[in-house]
Design a protein around this ligand. Structure first.
Ligand code: HXC
Length: 514
């Protein structure tokens, strides 16, 4: 063949790639409300920026009809591109080829692009739509999974890894997304489960609806496996782009800054917190009034809503925001809130994102259910994560900081750099009523007028601990500030701390209570 013919041959082969397992299979995807792997990549990256690798790789197995199912590229499309001009590595499972099943070749391709991403310090995004391990390949498929899980673990804390769920993800394949930093699920069409409805029916006889078992809402609000959900694929890919806009490319680069934004509606801040500790308010209003307008990007919003975590911008710079949410369960810390906060704090620390924590918490959730569920083990994760984090840390106590909650929520002595309190702050071992009932029970019972005696002592406790000044007088908080001053104080504090140097004692790794 001459050069023209050779070039034409390449173009012919290349155009065959675009239909994966065939146009009929792509049409089936569209009927299900799904796109093909290449359509998804095109929707996610900057136009024309994607460069595919390993497009011609095929599997080498013949058993159980695999000879007839040999397609160039096999069941995944991998390569690199740009999102908002920033580099990203991508793997998109191709459901049109044997259901996107995880084959030896799929593993080799995904591992190759993940290796390149790790070496180059570039985030890795995986678009998932697969029936799971390719059964016909037996141990070759399983070995491939192991290779991928190992790499996900090596890359953890070095480059951000994001999993976008756009179809089924069944069996052991859930553990690659499970090892990544963020999981985004699409409602209705994405499902994640270790054992699907069919397996459950076989083993237990129970009929389970796939959405109830492992759909987007189940994982976003009950299991906490999913961090974000979208109503459709376009929404899931848009969320992926937005999430990437807050993340650094790797653990030595700073997060991308944006043009400084103006503050949100701060006018409400000075009257936001009701002095009566039994009256709720929404911590979102504090966040909205302090950070750049509309910049708060909440993650894990439907899971443990008694805590809030997410990214925001302060004069254009990315910060990680952690907060108690008094509008839900009074902002109490429970098992799920502990896991949510600890995981987010560790993510921010891995990637050099400063932490700003808002505290209004009556303590840990009491009860047998929480104790038997391991609140001791889970709550310890928060204090461990904050204690280990060396990024700049600033805390604002807006109202209650009682007992264990005071300590674990970024208190000064677990090395928070600066702790500010609003005038509404109450820093105490416990609420005044509870304290008086424990310490003065006998005296109150013996008093001529027990109710008057109780309220007098409660008032004495409130006078002592119901304001931030006892803590400020002893240096346990660094300053008392007006709520309306918070933005300016944070800007100054984080600017001051921006070159912070801190290190941990030499060790192989710590042993966070998991
Ligand atoms: C190879 C498979 C497959 C598999 C399905 N297919 N599962 N091929 N290995 N594991 C094939 C089907 O035969 C079909 O091929 C094509 O993929 C699409 O599958 P459908 O069933 O037609 O798709 P759909 O109706 O959309 O249903 C999707 C599904 C269902 C709900 C996910 O396929 C399903 O329940 N599959 C089993 C999922 C599962 O249990 N996986 C776990 C495997 S064990 P044709 O050519 O007929 O269209 C595992 C362990 C790994 O993953 C452990 C690692 C640590």
């Amino acid at each position: 063949m001459n050069s023209d013919e050779l070039n034409a041959e390449l173009l012919r082969r290349r155009s065959a790639l675009s239909v994966g397992g065939g146009q009929a299979r792509i049409d089936e995807q569209h009927t299900k409300g799904k796109r093909s792997a290449r359509e998804r990549i095109a929707a996610m990256v900057d136009q024309g920026s994607f460069h595919e690798v390993d497009a011609f790789m095929t599997h080498r197995h013949s058993d159980f009809g695999l000879d007839e199912k040999r397609f160039a590229g096999d069941s995944v499309v991998v390569g690199f591109g740009l999102v908002d001009g920033r580099r990203v590595a991508i793997a998109a499972q191709d459901f049109t080829v044997i259901g996107g099943s995880f084959s030896e070749v799929q593993a080799q391709k995904v591992c190759k692009v993940l290796d390149l991403a790790l070496a180059s310090g570039v985030p890795f995004v995986s678009l998932n739509d697969s029936v799971g391990a390719r059964i016909q390949e037996g141990v070759w498929s399983l070995a491939g999974y192991s290779e991928l899980f190992w790499r996900n673990t090596q890359a953890s804390g070095v480059i951000p890894q994001i999993s976008v769920m756009l179809g089924p993800c069944a069996g052991g394949s859930v553990y690659s997304p499970g090892l990544t930093d963020f999981i985004i699920m699409t409602e209705g069409i994405s499902h994640m489960f270790i054992t699907g409805p069919e397996v459950i029916r076989t083993v237990t006889g129970e009929q389970v609806d796939p959405d109830t078992l492992g759909g987007a809402q189940a994982h976003a609000s009950i299991s906490g496996v999913a961090h974000l959900t979208a109503v459709d694929e376009a929404g899931a890919l848009a969320l992926t782009r937005r999430l990437l806009s807050y993340l650094p490319s790797n653990n030595v680069e700073p997060p991308p800054s944006a043009p400084p934004g103006g503050p949100g509606p701060a006018a409400v801040l000075d009257r936001l917190v009701p002095p009566d500790g039994t009256v709720a308010y929404d911590m979102h209003d504090a966040i909205a009034g302090i950070f750049d307008q509309d910049s708060f990007f909440e993650v894990h919003g439907s899971y443990a809503p008694n805590a809030l975590v997410g990214f925001a911008r302060l004069v254009g710079s990315v910060v990680g925001v952690v907060a108690n949410q008094p509008a839900y369960l009074a902002g109490v810390l429970d098992i799920n809130a502990s896991d949510k906060i600890a995981r987010f704090v560790r993510f921010c620390d891995c990637f050099g994102i400063p932490l700003v924590t808002f505290v209004d918490c009556p303590g840990f959730m009491p009860g047998t259910h929480q104790e038997h569920g391991g609140i001791i083990r889970h709550g310890a994760k928060i204090v461990y994560a904050y204690s280990e984090a060396t990024v700049p840390k600033v805390a604002i106590i807006t109202r209650k900081a009682y007992g264990g909650a005071y300590i674990v929520m970024s208190s000064k002595y677990i090395r928070t750099d600066l702790v500010y309190a609003w005038p509404t702050a109450e820093i105490a071992v416990m609420g005044a009523e509870g304290a008086v009932n424990i310490l003065y029970r006998r005296q109150i019972l013996q008093a001529a007028d027990p109710e008057t005696a109780r309220s007098e002592i409660v008032q004495q406790f409130r006078d002592r601990f119901g304001s931030p000044y006892a803590a400020a007088a002893s240096g346990h908080v660094d300053d008392v500030i007006l709520p309306g001053e918070t933005r300016a104080k944070l800007v100054a504090a984080l600017r001051f701390l921006s070159d912070k140097q801190a290190s941990l004692p030499p060790k192989k790794h710590g042993n966070i209570p998991l």
